[in-house]
Design a protein around this ligand. Structure first.
Ligand code: SF4
Length: 367
């Protein structure tokens, strides 16, 4: 096979305890997992399962479904049974849905301490049911629904307030000997979010679920999440991630996966290294890169494909990649593993790159 370049991790991973979300380990030395949340009405079982199947195909490892009503709770057994990946039930107000989700075979339950005041006296029962079924709990604190008591104490959702809310809720579970917990402290401002997670990471050993809440439409949300997760993951903080976008959830998974690949926390899949183009370009780099990307979409191999617009940096970059092209004079020099294997007319660059990529993939034993 072709050796892939694996950058050294930027910092040693924080030592967190490990929990199991269904068959997916979270925390400890488990790889950082990518999760998302369905946007369908959960009670619409067919649509929900259809979306879960799409998410699974895009590389999502854990999926969360909202449970705001009795109908949704009643749909959980079938969803949990048919989903190919572990299902987390997201519950805000109703303790009875927590019990229903645990009984339904959900892999985990997310509760929000801000909305959970009436849960306080139920925690013992919840802890017992969860422990009996081997179901971990995510304590999911959200700036937008912070416990009113803490809002009053801190004036707004500061990192300290978010962390205090989470650890207070943890302490209620700990009183019952329950420590099968992961935590999130989400805020829409990446700076507040980063500081909250740093504080939390220093004050407990629970695995952490990273998220920037209400991150926004795809472009802004992608950048906010990449910046915030990047800062934390580079410090070794974070065990599972969810990118929140006002976009279809499959996009969240793609972004999450790309963030992990960019940090070397996940083996790279296909990577197109294309130049930004400049006044020297002798070919339309944007179109070329897009056509190559489209032609290789779905190919699950760690291939670096360089698409370069001219012969200044082109050959150098193309040589560093597994496969590449340096264009010039209406032709493309095609490189494989550092060697020019042929020069083709511009019109054949895309098909030649795709052909060679498929050949390399086959050599690597990938369909
Ligand atoms: Fe410009 Fe050539 Fe560099 Fe592309 S490879 S940015 S065309 S100098």
């Amino acid at each position: 096979g072709i050796p892939t370049v694996r950058p050294k991790p930027l910092a040693e991973r924080r030592h967190s305890r490990q929990i199991m979300v269904g068959n997916v380990p979270v925390g400890g030395d488990a790889p950082v997992s990518v999760q998302s949340m369905t946007t369908t009405v959960t009670a619409d079982v067919n649509s929900t399962l259809q979306q879960i199947a799409e998410l699974t195909a895009s590389g999502c490892q854990i999926v969360r479904v909202a449970v705001p009503s009795q109908d949704d709770a009643e749909a959980l057994p079938l969803i949990a049974k048919k989903s190919q990946i572990p299902v987390i039930a997201d519950i805000h107000f109703q303790p009875k849905y927590v019990f229903a989700a645990i009984e339904a075979g959900c892999a985990a339950v997310r509760v929000n301490p801000g909305n959970i005041k009436k849960f306080d006296d139920k925690v013992g029962e919840i802890a017992r049911a969860a422990a009996d079924h081997g179901v971990p709990i995510r304590i999911g604190v959200n700036a937008g629904s912070l416990d009113p008591r803490l809002l009053e104490k801190y004036g707004k959702a500061t990192p300290e307030a978010l962390v205090e809310s989470a650890l207070w809720e943890c302490s209620l579970f700990e009183e019952h000997g329950f420590r099968d917990i992961k935590i999130s402290v989400k805020h829409n401002d990446p700076v507040v979010m980063i500081n909250a997670y740093r504080l939390l990471a220093a004050r407990c050993d629970y695995p952490l679920h990273l998220g920037v809440t209400e991150a926004g439409p795809a472009f802004q949300g992608t950048i906010k999440s990449a910046v915030a997760f990047g800062a934390l993951l580079a410090e070794g903080i974070g065990d599972t991630i969810r990118v929140s976008l006002s976009a279809p959830p499959v996009e969240e998974v793609k972004v999450g996966t790309q963030i992990l690949e960019s940090l070397g926390l996940r083996e790279r899949g296909l990577e197109i290294v294309s130049c930004p183009s400049c006044g020297r370009a002798q070919v339309d780099v944007y179109t070329l890169a897009e056509q190559v990307q489209a032609g290789l979409e779905g190919l699950k191999v760690p291939l670096r494909v360089a698409v370069m617009g001219c012969v200044v940096n082109g050959p150098g970059e193309a040589r560093e990649a597994d496969l590449g092209v340096a264009s010039g004079n209406g032709k493309g020099q095609i490189f494989v593993k550092g060697e020019v294997i042929k020069t083709v007319p511009e019109s054949q660059i895309v098909e030649t790159l795709i052909e060679e990529a498929l050949r390399l993939a086959e050599e690597m034993g990938v369909e």
